[in-house]
Write a new protein. Sequence first.
Length: 85
Amino acid sequence: MPRTKITRSRKGDGGKRIIGLFGPSMGYQTAEEVVSRIRGGGGRYYVREESWEADVRVVGERGADRLVSTKDPFSRNNLSNLPDC
């Protein structure tokens, strides 16, 4: 299964929640679409900054699925730190 590079993210709730992702090879997809693809085994996504790479993962939080990458809040591999789309 191919991996898709993510270069931009759309944020909601004052930047606390990822509501969509953009990648050059896929265009824009909502967070729900990405979660569904990851959970269904039909997609893998990653963020890359220079030589560092982080996989996009789905975590359950308070009964809702959320997209995350690295835990480092200052890293460019963190979905929250990507440019807006």
